[in-house]
Design a protein around this ligand. Sequence first.
Ligand SMILES: Nc1ncnc2c1ncn2[C@@H]1O[C@H](COP(=O)(O)OP(=O)(O)OP(=O)(O)O)[C@@H](O)[C@H]1O
Ligand SMILES: [Mg+2]
Length: 501
Amino acid sequence: MNDNAITDDALLMALGELVQREISAAQLLGHVIDVMARILKADRGTLFLLDEQREELISVAAHLPELDEIRVSLNEGVAGYVARSGSFVNVPYCEDDARFSNAIDNTTGYETRSMLAGPLHNADGRLIGVVQVLNKKEGIFDDDDQRLLARLAGQAAVLLERTTLTPPGEGDGPSALPVDGEGINQIVGRGGAMRQVIGDVKRVAPLEATILLRGESGTGKSLFARAVHHNSPRREGPLVQVDCTTFPEGLMESELFGHERGAFTGAHVRKEGKVAQAQGGTLFLDEIGDLPPGLQGKLLTLLQEHTYCPVGGTARQRADIRIVAATNRRLEELVEAGGFREDLYYRLRVVQIELPALRERGQGDLRELIDHFVARAARRHGHRRPRIRGDAMSMLTGYHWPGNVRELANCLESAVIFADDEITPSTLSLPHPEAIGKVRAMSAGQDISHPFDDYPTLEELESRYIAFLLERHDGNRSQCARIMGIGRNTLLRKIRQYELE
Ligand SMILES: Nc1ncnc2c1ncn2[C@@H]1O[C@H](COP(=O)(O)OP(=O)(O)OP(=O)(O)O)[C@@H](O)[C@H]1O
Ligand SMILES: [Mg+2]
């Protein structure tokens, strides 16, 4: 039993670590059932999430090569019974138990002999799903197994809550399926712009190519840099970050490339640089635009030849690293002004990924992020998840978020701390005078009938204008494009961008 407890904890920790990594949601759930089946010495396992609207359980991960997905009604089978009763069920001999339904076995040809199943509850005690393991490899499931499953189910529920997966029926719209089809965990946003970025990241992550991530502050560059590493073949290797703004030129060189003993006054010992530390993994150069000019040539050599020389060293070293760089500065202007080497700029921009500003990401993403950060803050601070009052929501969706996702996350975290059951405009510390003006106008019952009364951003205005034209002209896109004086393809892109389809 002691041995069991140790492996059990080690595995639980392994699962916990998975959640920290930007692995795909499907992978995470797959690991959860692998671990459960392994610990409980079962042949197979299934993790169901509850779809409240349809009153069904949907398998989101299963050892089930025969079917893509199982959907069972809450009136059906042992899993349905567990969902209705909220209790654990141990069925040592399926053929003897009236709660067992052999409908799935009949479809798959797999024979379920024994079964242990239990509920998954979220932090508020609400049922979110059911886990089950099938066919104990030797003998039948016992009380120890049941206790273990209860612990694992508790852990799995926490994992599920920590990921950004939305259980069915929660969140906005019909696309709120349990598994984020985009496949990168911890990144929220299903809107067109984010989908494009996630698609690009998934395409380039497995390659060795250097990637340049660009975007305003707080748009998720660091988050995506981690996602690249964790979705690359180097994921088992180190991810080492260097902030290029931190050090003056002299120190930066030794920080990056290390130095030999006696290389300069004070260099009493040999020091390994970040490049060496990242060996076999990924080196993330944050704020690459601030890399001191004297080092830019050395970085270019590193990128082109995969070699470098420690300060005070004579022999060149080979670097087995993949480089991801990020910047929020306009590199073109830096190049123009002579602050950034043109050849390095061209080398870096071969694979560049532009992260959209939050205000360009469409209302769908914004609402999804709001939901995500409110839930996360509530969990973090042990609060019940507050409601967001309508006027506060308008304030959130009307604000232009110059600090992007980071500002949104911070704003909502403080709102959750200060709100009781409800987030109101006064719990949101949004400084923007226009947004505040808008809320004042609303709370004073003023009529916001003028098209500019709510101070829309240019993007919002554009989005509304396109929606208006499409409505006026029965969705005739060529005609709308002509009226707007833009090409049809540009219009189609904007329609996608603003999710007006
Ligand atoms: N699409 C997203 N889904 C979920 N969280 C996000 C998303 N984008 C950003 N975040 C969160 O917002 C915060 C800011 O992101 P991050 O630090 O990656 O931004 P950044 O672009 O690197 O900013 P800076 O330029 O200031 O370094 C982080 O807490 C990050 O987890
Ligand atoms: Mg960053």
